[in-house]
Design a protein around this ligand. Structure first.
Ligand SMILES: NC(=O)c1ccc[n+]([C@@H]2O[C@H](COP(=O)([O-])OP(=O)(O)OC[C@H]3O[C@@H](n4cnc5c(N)ncnc54)[C@H](O)[C@@H]3O)[C@@H](O)[C@H]2O)c1
Length: 284
């Protein structure tokens, strides 16, 4: 199926990034936020991000204007009714996502593919909230979505080959490399990444080294572009704990059990970059 109009639900870090990637690559994008204020600040954020790319010579000015012209912001879910593909990127909470899928199923046309950007949650559970489980899959972008080259296409056991092929074609049209993965918690990247991030916090908690020395060690010793604490702050500590919880629920492996310090930081609303403070302070 040819995808032309894409709906994005959720205006957090990932919703904004996916909307930008799709709009820059020629898709009509309808971005749905719960409040007008958030919708306006998302559009302003995208204007800023695209202006930076023009400044750096990565995007011609005419393409910036065209991308912004393809973007519509809305607060009503009904605005997504004419989309060929809707990707939800709301909070990593299965109850919230399941409710959203049943709403989207009611609102969207019969042909619409409904996708989730979940990092770890069972896609089949969302598919079964709809009357079209064969048209539901995962389209998992990475953070920051306009920059990272990978998209995991998650195939729940209910999805049709046509749905997976359309999702893959969409990701590739956004300039991404797509890999197909089974609907198992963490898929490929987070199943490998999160035990590492969790163990970094464990090392910090047990006093083996300081935050800065652990970040420096992993950059210099493994050639990673950022250390584990800078990465946790980028992902968001609340999202990271939700990811670890979903992994632990699926596998019951102690490596996936979020270490206490992470939970305490989330309780204190130290979410990382998005709240201004996490392992690092972004106010300064
Ligand atoms: N942060 C990352 O690095 C990353 C990477 C890939 C995928 N993801 C996934 O993307 C999704 C969104 O993550 P994010 O990092 O953008 O989070 P975020 O905290 O930046 O944004 C979450 C969004 O969900 C909305 N929201 C919260 N509660 C809601 C509710 N009850 N109903 C509807 N909307 C609600 C918020 O208003 C916000 O727009 C999650 O499923 C996450 O696992 C995150």
């Amino acid at each position: 199926m040819s995808i032309k109009r894409v709906g994005i639900v959720g205006s957090g870090i990932m919703g904004a990034g996916i909307a930008e990637s799709a709009a820059v690559h020629g898709f009509e994008v309808v971005l749905r936020s719960r409040s007008q204020g958030t919708a306006d600040s998302m559009v302003a954020g995208m204007e800023k991000s695209l202006a930076k790319q023009v400044e750096k010579g990565k995007l011609p000015e005419a393409e910036r204007e065209a991308a912004l012209g393809r973007l519509t912001a809305a607060t009503d879910l009904g605005a997504l009714s004419g989309c060929d593909l809707v990707i939800e990127s709301v909070v990593e909470d299965l109850g919230v996502k399941k409710h959203l899928f049943s709403e989207l199923d009611r609102i969207c046309g019969e042909h619409t593919i409904l996708a989730t950007n979940t990092s770890t949650l069972p896609v089949v559970d969302m598919a079964m909230e709809t009357g079209r489980p064969e048209k539901v899959c995962g389209v998992h972008f990475f953070n920051p979505a306009p920059v990272m080259s990978l998209v995991e296409i998650v195939r729940p056991i209910t999805a049709s080959d046509e749905t997976i092929a359309s999702a893959q074609a969409f990701a590739e049209a956004c300039g991404k490399e797509a890999v197909e993965v089974k609907d198992q918690a963490g898929f490929v990247v987070n199943a490998l990444l999160f035990p590492y991030l969790n163990n970094a916090v464990r090392l910090l908690e047990s006093g083996v080294a300081t935050r800065d020395d652990i970040d420096t060690a992993m950059k210099g010793g493994c050639g990673f572009p950022m250390g584990p604490f800078a990465l946790l702050d980028l992902v968001g500590l609340d999202t990271s704990v939700a990811i670890l919880d979903a992994l632990y629920n699926e596998f019951r492996d102690p490596h996936f059990a979020a270490v206490p310090l992470l939970r305490r930081m989330v309780a204190a609303e130290l979410y990382g970059r998005k709240s201004g403070k996490g392992f690092y302070d972004y106010h300064r």
